[in-house]
Design a protein around this ligand. Structure first.
Ligand SMILES: [Zn+2]
Length: 416
């Protein structure tokens, strides 16, 4: 660290961060204490207007790209350098909480405030990003505009998406006044850090405060159809049956065995349909979904081969046919080891034992990681609950996460 950029005495204002969380929860606030702030709605415009005004009051200039992604910029000593960035999303699920996504944006705001109040000037510009439509609830798929930024989707395909009411994404973006002039994806980024609630139970169970996220699990989805023959439940002897549901039951159990054999993999059958679904008919056809996940793509591939082999063997024994169709595939993401180390170091400096963790859910950071060095910070949420109006975190954990974000940003400023 040639320049005096360590800033290790800097801390965020936890009270101000909590006040921001509670204030923004009013935009789309629900009677049950949650938030309904679907992307590109009036509530989204309100929270964006608040974001722009608050960032400008902190001395930042705010720019908007063609997908409505917002960049609040605090100048550095050398403004020719690409910015060190942080952020997340301000949109929510229809019955969302106050923290999913929002913590990462307002935690970033707390970092900007801490830098300003300390009069600390970084070498790089520091930017806070709000990504449009992370949730994918009103317009699918999720992580849509970080996806355009990273070149996963084209701008035109996203602009032409329609919600269930038939309204077009591009028109709705124009309508709330956040279709900016900068071409999405043209914005330079030196590094990106995202603070987020864990949305799972691990940190809480281990009584830890900070997760240093190593990456995002690879996942694959399939649709499985098992075909046997409808037959009378009273007159068809057991050896002569072609029972699709019985075979499916063995397959579902086999999938769980395959997942356990590839720990920490997970394998899930979450949806099943049985036909004709009648109490005195041997089932002739079943349909179910398979979801498999593991942090390493080669393990996901091995699980795929293993469960397909098991399913085919079970089908043969049961006298049924099985058809397995892959429908979706998201490769594993490995965050930048140097950025993850910055999170780990910042956590230790702030007095926390960081736990290495792999994210089950996807995040904007998973796409940004394809175009810039990236890492994430997790903090616990009560009972691991998220996408739920009862989603809850403590002020102390919010503050801890933002302090680790601040420490990581300062390390990145010195390193890049
Ligand atoms: Zn989120």
């Amino acid at each position: 660290m040639g320049l005096k950029t360590s800033g290790s005495n800097l801390r965020v204002d936890g009270e101000a961060l909590w006040a921001d969380l509670m204030e923004t929860a009013r935009f789309g606030g629900t009677p049950k204490g949650g938030v309904k702030r679907l992307t590109l709605t009036a509530e989204d415009r309100q929270v964006r207007d608040w974001f722009v005004k608050t960032c400008e009051e902190l001395g930042c200039t705010v720019s908007c790209d063609s997908m409505g992604n917002l960049f609040a910029r605090r100048p550095g000593l050398d403004d020719s350098l690409p910015p060190i960035t942080m952020g997340s999303h301000l949109d929510t699920q229809p019955t969302g909480g106050k923290f999913d996504g929002i913590l990462g944006v307002l935690g970033g705001l707390a970092v900007l405030r801490a830098l300003r109040e300390a009069g600390h000037v970084t070498r790089h510009p520091i930017e806070l990003i709000n990504w449009t439509n992370e949730e994918g609830s009103r317009f699918t798929p999720p992580m849509m505009c970080s996806g355009v930024f990273a070149g996963i989707f084209t701008e035109q395909e996203v602009l032409d998406k329609r919600d269930r009411a038939g309204l077009r994404f591009g028109d709705e973006l124009e309508a709330i006044g956040y279709r900016g002039g900068e071409v999405c994806g043209q914005h330079p980024i030196a590094a990106y850090f995202e603070l987020h609630i864990e949305q799972g139970p691990i940190l809480e169970a281990e009584e830890l405060t900070i997760g240093a996220v190593a990456g995002v699990q690879g996942m694959r989805w399939y649709e499985v159809t098992v075909r046997g023959r409808d037959a009378h439940a009273g007159s068809t002897p057991m050896p002569l049956r072609h029972d699709a549901l019985l075979a499916s039951a063995h397959m579902i159990a086999a999938l769980a065995e395959v997942a356990r054999a590839h720990a920490p993999a997970v394998g899930t059958v979450g949806l099943i349909e049985n036909r004709p679904n009648s109490n005195n008919v041997v089932p002739g056809e079943t349909f179910f979904t398979v979801d498999i996940r593991h942090p390493e793509d080669h393990v996901v591939a091995a699980m795929e081969a293993a469960f397909q082999e098991r399913f085919r063997a079970i089908a043969e024994t049961g006298g049924v046919d099985v058809e397995i169709v892959p429908i979706w595939d998201a490769p594993a993401v490995h965050f930048d080891p140097a950025c993850v180390a910055m999170v780990t170091d910042a956590a230790r400096e702030a007095g926390f034992a960081p736990r290495s963790i792999v994210s089950g859910p996807g995040h904007d950071a998973a796409y940004v990681a394809r175009v810039a060095p990236t890492a994430m910070i997790f903090v616990p949420c009560k009972d691991g609950l998220s996408h739920n109006e009862e989603e809850s975190i403590t002020q102390a954990d919010a503050q801890a996460g933002a302090n680790v974000l601040l420490g990581a940003i300062l390390r990145a400023d010195a390193a890049f």
